[in-house]
Design a protein around this ligand. Structure first.
Ligand code: CU
Length: 64
């Protein structure tokens, strides 16, 4: 699943988001794209759970 995270602007943002998603699902594969400000997440978790993890990291996101 891919999320658009408009305020994700640097490697600190991607690290914070990756950390929160890893806390939700240690097996998740997280691929941030700073150019497009998206995060590609491979996980068995739900969209809502991943969006909540991104929110916990401090970012609003939209499922693309
Ligand atoms: Cu940043």
């Amino acid at each position: 699943m891919i999320f658009h995270v408009p305020d994700m602007s640097c490697s600190h943002c991607t690290a914070a988001i990756t950390k929160e998603i890893a806390a939700l699902d240690p097996a998740a594969k997280v691929t941030p794209d700073l150019t497009n400000r998206t995060v590609d997440v491979e996980t068995a978790q739900t969209d809502d759970a991943v969006a909540q993890a991104i929110k916990t990291a401090g970012y609003d996101s939209t499922r693309v």
